[in-house]
Design a protein around this ligand. Structure first.
Ligand code: ADP
Ligand code: MG
Length: 238
């Protein structure tokens, strides 16, 4: 069974329909890159999956369960944004453990999970620093660490690398993929960068004007584009 299924998922803001209705499925363990130009509806779709935006029509299913109108906190997923949104007055350790402490998890278990995430994200020695004392890349890793400690099955990334320089971006792409494998997670990674899509994806879903243009492996889209938009978007160098 697919881990995540979107069934005619649509979104309107008032009278303006930005996503008429999207269908696709993601298998457990898959890394799907959702790509498309600015304004094509990528963030909106991700926010509906996370429950941060109300879904106007259609259904979102996780492991066969309808989560379309479930509270965000009741969804077993984590979302990583472009802005790190770390608490500036808290240490790395406290930033990472905050959600677990709020949920009243056992302190020893919190400690164990934070230590594990620190190793996984190569943040050793930085546990007592505050976000202002970290580089951009380190801050991004702390933001990921906050998600990792919650051990979700589904990761949603909304252009998390846009604030990083080219070198760090390339490195972080590899780290995110490695993390995905290690956690045995299912991931949706949003970007408007076709190079990022081609290098990271198991499959790519290409969006334009809220409509799915094509979904398939990077090779599929490159070698067998379904229309000229796909051909142009995938074929244009960075
Ligand atoms: P992307 O992430 O692909 O750049 P978005 O999902 O942010 O695109 O936006 C898709 C469309 O929805 C755009 O036309 C945008 O202007 C519109 N939109 C996004 N958020 C709102 C909102 N809160 N109210 C009205 N329109 C919105
Ligand atoms: Mg966006």
């Amino acid at each position: 069974m697919a881990h995540l299924q979107l069934q005619k998922v649509g979104k309107s803001y008032g009278a303006v329909e930005v996503i008429p209705g999207i269908d696709f499925e993601i298998n457990s363990g898959e890394f799907l890159v959702l790509v498309g130009p600015s304004g094509s509806g990528k963030s909106t779709l991700l926010k509906m999956i996370a429950g941060l935006e109300e879904t106007t029509s259609g259904k979102i299913m996780v492991d066969g369960e309808d989560i379309t109108h479930l509270d965000p906190s009741a969804r077993d997923l984590a979302m990583v944004f472009q802005s790190y949104a770390l608490y500036p007055h808290m240490t790395v350790r406290d930033n990472m453990s905050f959600a677990l402490r709020m949920r009243g998890e056992d302190p020893a278990e919190i400690d164990r999970r934070v230590k594990e995430a620190v190793v996984m994200l190569d943040l050793g020695g930085l546990e007592n620093r505050k976000p202002g004392q970290l580089s951009g890349g380190q801050r991004q890793r702390v933001a990921m660490g906050r998600c990792v400690v919650r051990n979700p099955k589904l990761f949603l990334f909304d252009e998390p690398l846009s604030n990083l320089d080219a070198k760090l971006r390339a490195q972080t792409r590899i780290e995110i993929r490695r993390l995905h494998e290690r956690l045995n997670a299912t991931s949706i990674f949003v970007t408007h960068d076709q190079v990022e899509a081609m290098t990271m994806a198991d499959r790519i879903a290409l969006l334009k004007d809220g409509k799915l243009q094509q979904i398939g492996s990077p090779q599929d889209l490159y070698l067998r584009p379904k229309n000229t938009f796909v051909a142009t978007f995938i074929g244009t160098p960075e």
